[in-house]
Design a protein around this ligand. Structure first.
Ligand SMILES: CSC[C@H]1O[C@H](OP(=O)(O)O)[C@H](O)[C@@H]1O
Ligand SMILES: Nc1ncnc2[nH]cnc12
Length: 288
C-alpha cells in the first residue's frame, strides 16, 4: 500500500517548506469544513499533506477546531500516517522550553468536544490503551534527533479544554497525576485518528512551564509563540527528514492502528443509520 504522510501543524506552525509541486487543496467532508485548505505535495518523493490545525491566521480556538473534518480530510486525501506537531507546557523540570516530547499517553480534561465519528445508528468502540503509533513515533523521534533536537519519549499529555490557561492549583494537581506536558488539542485529534485507522504520532514542542514552577512566571501567548518561532526551522527540518525514514511501500502497522475498526463496530447491519454510514465512507469504509 502506498504510504502518505499527513502533517498537522499546531500553534505557530501554519505552513511547511520544501514540498515539491505543492498546492493548497480544498477538501469537502461530510463533517464540515476542515480548519483550512490542505497543502499537498511531495517531500523526498513521498506524498505529503499539511494542514494547519487552527487555520492560517489562527482562526480556530482549541474548542472550535473541526477535528472530525480535519481527520476525515486527511484520510480522504489518502493519508495513512499523521504526524501532529503541537505546542505544550511542561509539567516537569527536565522538559525545558525548546525540547521536543514524543507523547504516547493522554489524560482527557476536555468537556466541549464530540468524542467520536460514531454514534446512534453505528456504534463503535476502538481501543485507546495505546493511543499513538509506536512505529511512526519512533521515526518522528529519530528525525527530530537527526535534526539535533533534544527529544524526550514516553510522555503523558494532559488535554485541557481551554482557551484560558490552567490555574496554579490545576497545574500542580496535573503534576501529581503523572502528566508530563499540557495542551488543549492533542487528545481530541488522537482519538479520532485511531477511529479513522490512521497511524498517529504526536511530537510536542515545549514552550513554557505552565504556571506551577516557582522560578518561572505564568505562561502567556507571547512566550509560547516566541519559543515556537525560535524553533520553527528545527520543526520544519524534522518534518522534512521524516519521509526519507518511511517506507513508501507501506507495510501494515505492527501495532494494528490501520485495523482498529476490525472488531469495533457493535451495531447490527440491519440497524445501522444509512445517513451516518454514508458520512463514515472515508473514515470507516474499509469495514462498512
Ligand atoms: C498559543 S498557546 C495555547 C494553544 O497552543 C497549543 O496549540 P496546539 O496544540 O495546536 O499547538 C494549545 O493546545 C493551545 O491551543
Ligand atoms: N501551558 C500550556 N497550557 C496549555 N496549552 C499550552 N500550549 C502551550 N503551552 C500551554
Amino acid at each position: 500500500m502506498q504510504c502518505m504522510l499527513g502533517v498537522i501543524g499546531g500553534s505557530g506552525v501554519y505552513q511547511i517548506d520544501g514540498l515539491e509541486g505543492a498546492s493548497w487543496v480544498k477538501v469537502k467532508t461530510p463533517w464540515g469544513k476542515p480548519s483550512d485548505e490542505v497543502l499537498v505535495g511531495r517531500l523526498n518523493g513521498l506524498p505529503v499533506a499539511f494542514l494547519p490545525r487552527h487555520g492560517r491566521g489562527h482562526v480556530h480556538s482549541p474548542t472550535s477546531v473541526p477535528y472530525h473534518a480535519n481527520i476525515d480530510a486527511l484520510k480522504r486525501l489518502g493519508c495513512t500516517d499523521i504526524l501532529a506537531v503541537s505546542a505544550v507546557g511542561s509539567l516537569r523540570e527536565d522538559y525545558e522550553p525548546g525540547h521536543f516530547v514524543l507523547v504516547d499517553q493522554f489524560i482527557d480534561r476536555t468537556t466541549q468536544r464530540a468524542p467520536s465519528f460514531f454514534g446512534p445508528g453505528c456504534v463503535a468502540h476502538v481501543s485507546l490503551a495505546d493511543p499513538t503509533c509506536p512505529r511512526l513515533g519512533a521515526l518522528a523521534a529519530q528525525a527530530a534527533r537527526a535534526e539535533g533536537l533534544t527529544v524526550h519519549t514516553g510522555a503523558t499529555y494532559l488535554s485541557m479544554e481551554g482557551p484560558q490557561f490552567s490555574t496554579r492549583a490545576e497545574s500542580r494537581m496535573y503534576r501529581t497525576w503523572g502528566a508530563d506536558v499540557i495542551g488543549m488539542t492533542g487528545f481530541s485529534e488522537a482519538r479520532l485518528a485511531r477511529e479513522a485507522e490512521l497511524c498517529y504520532a504526536s511530537l510536542a514542542m515545549v514552550t513554557d512551564y505552565d504556571c506551577w514552577h516557582d522560578s518561572h512566571g505564568a505562561v502567556d501567548v507571547a512566550q509560547v509563540i516566541a519559543v515556537v518561532q525560535a524553533n520553527a526551522a528545527a520543526a520544519r527540518g524534522l518534518v522534512a527528514r521524516l519521509p526519507a525514514l518511511m517506507d513508501p511501500d507501506r507495510q501494515p502497522c505492527p501495532h494494528g492502528c490501520d485495523r482498529a475498526l476490525t472488531r469495533a463496530i457493535m451495531t447490527a447491519p440491519d440497524k445501522r443509520d444509512p445517513d451516518l454510514i454514508a458520512k463514515l465512507d472515508a473514515v470507516a469504509g474499509r469495514v462498512l
